[in-house]
Design a protein around this ligand. Structure first.
Ligand code: PLZ
Length: 446
């Protein structure tokens, strides 16, 4: 039997059983005895179909999706353009390895990324499989170009789980603890975190970071500064205006490659094609993944031709990087974003969320901050009247949302941030219903 997802699924929240229901629980029991426990599961409802703004589980429950599989199904699950492009490709051929006998789709994705990423300068692109793999390659490329070893990442950063990116990721448990030794030559600089740094302005926050970098690393040793323009896993932290441009200027003046990690923020998520676009920031290298290919594994490093051409021929690659199915999906994703003006849709979703969540915040002093951009919005929860993180409340709100058929995710160094990343195919009535469910929960949980 073929199960059909996509936008034609009934767009409704429908609870037939408790969450998770018996069919999901039976599958979950198999998970526990077959899958390594290191691979966690936030909400064990086992999905059988998804699309528009819903996930349908093995028990027939239909949940509102405020997570997009962590900012991946931006154009919606099984979006029609993606399904048709991937179906055509799967019938043509599934793999030849681009390094062996190449194909046009890879080139078309590189051309597309060179076109849509910030800046009109000459660019090159290389394709990989995961966000972490692309971040690693950005570091390799920056080192090859500058012939310097060090890399700076920021407080609260998340860049992946591979050995190098785990060292760049800030949070120890669960990402790094027990998995050392970590890669050397990774240094950490302080971020701009307006809610927690007393509203320090962006330029001063950048100067504070540059001072640490100057004293503890030295530009002479530094290949790359890697930064998420809006931090994802770290807590949807939007740095103060001026922070990123000041860092970029310093990088330019000091022969340091400025790398924007847009793995979570890219592809219309924040109301512009890339989060860098909000401040007109033109990074040297931009790393993309997640939303790029509607759920097929694909990632990329795109940037200035001179930097991208630094590694020797044959120095970059991998068996699957730029797989033909993923490339077909990526071309369809970007077509869909441009044709349907999905950046504007993200902006509209963001305005609705921001307005309604701000009302909630005004009546609930446990909500310390509402922040984010576009369809990437979060609540930071605290003990009333303080900035003390309340991770326990965050867990309770998320659990209550799940049991009512609303998928929300948490994040943040202190585990006290509720984050919302709806697919841009989310219909308005479900967006409002999801926000109403949240309001109900905040009123009920004390
Ligand atoms: N850079 C900014 O957000 C992935 C990780 C979930 P991969 N974020 C979700 C988890 O717990 O593993 C991410 C990111 C930023 C890099 C990555 C890494 O991307 O595709 O997961 O490797």
């Amino acid at each position: 039997m073929t199960v059909v997802g996509g936008p034609t699924l009934p767009q409704e929240r429908r609870l037939i059983t408790p969450i998770p229901g018996p069919a999901s629980q039976a599958i979950h029991a198999r998970k526990l005895s077959a899958v390594a426990r290191g691979v966690g599961t936030m909400l064990p409802v086992y999905v059988v179909a998804a699309g528009g703004g819903v996930l349908v589980d093995a028990d027939g429950n239909s949940l509102i999706d405020f997570g997009s599989g962590i900012a991946v199904s931006t154009v919606g699950n099984s979006a029609p353009g993606v399904v048709s492009a991937v179906t055509d490709q799967v019938h043509a051929f599934t793999h030849t390895c681009f390094m062996i006998t190449p194909y046009d789709g890879y080139i078309a994705v590189a051309e597309m990324l060179n076109r849509i990423t910030p800046g009109a300068h000459e660019k090159r692109t290389a394709l990989f499989n995961s966000g972490a793999e692309a971040v690693e390659n950005a570091v390799k490329i920056a080192r090859a170009f500058t012939r310097k070893p060090a890399v700076v990442a920021f407080d609260h950063a998340y860049h992946g789980r591979t050995n190098l990116t785990m060292a760049m990721t800030a949070k120890s448990a669960p990402y790094k603890s027990g998995f050392g030794p970590l890669a050397p030559e990774i240094y950490r600089a302080p971020l701009s975190y307006p809610f927690r740094d007393g509203g320090l302005d962006g330029v001063s926050a950048a100067r504070r970071a540059i001072d640490v970098i100057d004293k503890q690393v030295g530009a002479d040793n530094l290949a790359a500064l890697v930064v998420e323009p809006i931090q994802g896993e770290g807590g949807f932290i939007v740095p103060a205006t001026g922070f990123l441009p000041t860092l970029l200027d310093w990088c330019r003046a000091n022969d340091v490659v400025f790398v924007a990690d847009e793995v979570q923020t890219g592809f219309a998520r924040t109301g512009t094609m890339f989060a860098c676009d909000h401040e007109g920031l033109v990074p040297d290298l931009i790393v993309t993944a997640k939303g790029i290919a509607g759920g097929l594994p694909l990632s990329a490093v795109t940037g200035r031709a001179a930097i991208m051409e630094a590694p020797q021929a044959g120095g970059l690659g991998g068996t699957y990087g730029g797989n033909p199915l993923a490339c077909a999906a990526a071309l369809a994703v970007v077509d869909t974003i441009e044709r349907d003006s999905l950046a504007d849709r993200a902006d509209a979703i963001g305005k609705t969320m921001f307005e309604q969540l701000s009302v909630l915040r005004a009546e609930d002093d446990r909500i310390g901050d509402v922040r984010g951009r576009g369809a990437m919005i979060a609540l930071e929860l605290v003990s009333p009247g303080t900035t003390d993180p309340d991770a326990n409340l965050t867990k309770r709100v998320a659990a209550a949302a799940h049991s009512r058929g609303l998928v929300v995710l948490t994040c943040g160094t202190y585990g006290n941030v509720l984050r919302f990343l709806p697919p841009l195919s989310m219909p308005d009535h479900l967006l409002h219903e999801g926000l109403e469910v949240l309001a109900e929960i905040f009123r009920e949980i004390r």
